[in-house]
Design a binder for this molecule. Structure first.
Ligand SMILES: NC(=O)c1ccc[n+]([C@@H]2O[C@H](COP(=O)([O-])OP(=O)(O)OC[C@H]3O[C@@H](n4cnc5c(N)ncnc54)[C@H](OP(=O)(O)O)[C@@H]3O)[C@@H](O)[C@H]2O)c1
Length: 255
């Protein structure tokens, strides 16, 4: 199936490793020009060089998405470098180590506010695309009342992100912009959260495996495949969807 992505332009945040990296690799393989960011410069540059060697335009800068002005300046510069934008994938999360109110504040900034800032900055440009599409990376933590490991703030912010995205899908239909959500279950990758759990809390890791009907964690590639489809013109009548990529970890009937 032709996804219709070839020649399109995409901005994906947090592309130096994990799920964001797999999303970008899929897009590059489809012939999409890309821009991405991360805080760490070394891994970011290695990824950009790899994609440039594949013959696509690939831009990126080391920055923190919670640094409002630097982030929105970078988004504007990326649109200019790419010559427009058709697809925005808002992917970044950060592990927060503070406690109490400070933890709520930091989680709000990284798991909600920066997604909103990026969207506001990119909307005028997405409106100029005839196939504009946004995908937010949420989490099944958004609907779990017994998260494992317990991450009260993270789950609450991901739930708010899904509410925001669903409202946007309704508002932006008139502009022919589609808005969808992908909610992964536990995803294993090198350097990721669950690798650390596997090494330090093997019992918790086993519990995470067991929530899936396949008795394993998911892979970044499995999430990236869902994102590529939803972001593509092949999904032209799908908007406001929240697609779980979780091996049926959440045991509900999806009407
Ligand atoms: N992994 C899972 O099990 C899982 C499950 C459900 C949902 N998700 C969601 O999937 C998305 C990606 O998760 P992941 O596991 O791939 O995360 P990850 O391995 O921590 O990678 C996050 C990426 O974002 C960058 N990043 C982090 N904080 C940043 C910041 N403040 N500013 C700019 N860049 C930043 C990281 O690079 P630097 O560190 O160099 O900045 C990295 O490239 C997140 O939205 C997460 O909530 C993940």
């Amino acid at each position: 199936m032709d996804l219709g992505l070839s020649g399109k332009k995409a901005i994906v945040t947090g592309g130096s490793r994990g799920i964001g990296h797999a999303i970008l690799q899929n897009l590059v393989d489809e012939g999409v020009s890309v821009a991405t960011c991360a805080r760490g410069e070394e891994a970011l540059n290695a990824a950009l060089e790899k994609w440039q060697a594949q013959g696509v335009d690939a831009y990126g800068s080391a920055l923190d998405v919670t640094d409002g002005a630097a982030f929105t300046d970078w988004l504007e510069n990326s649109v200019e470098s790419l010559g427009g934008v058709d697809v925005f994938v808002s992917n970044v999360t950060t592990r927060v180590h503070s406690q109490g109110v400070q933890r709520w504040q930091e989680t709000f900034e990284v798991d909600l506010l920066q997604h909103v800032n990026a969207t506001e900055a990119l909307l005028p440009h997405l409106k100029n695309s005839n196939v504009g599409s946004i995908v937010y990376i949420a989490s099944i933590a958004s609907i779990m009342s017994a998260n494992m490991p317990t991450e009260t703030e993270y789950g609450a912010m991901k739930a708010a992100l899904i509410s925001y995205a669903s409202q946007l899908a309704n508002k932006l239909g008139k502009d022919n912009i589609r808005v969808n959500i992908v909610s992964p279950g536990p995803i294993y990758h090198e350097g990721g959260f669950w690798e650390m759990v596997k090494n330090k809390q093997p019992d918790l890791f086993k519990r995470a495996e067991a929530v899936s009907v396949f008795n394993r964690l998911g892979t970044p590639q499995e999430v990236a495949n869902a994102v590529a489809f939803l972001a593509s013109p092949a999904a032209s009548n799908i908007t406001g969807a929240n697609l779980r990529v979780d091996g049926l970890a959440i045991k509900t009937v999806n009407f």
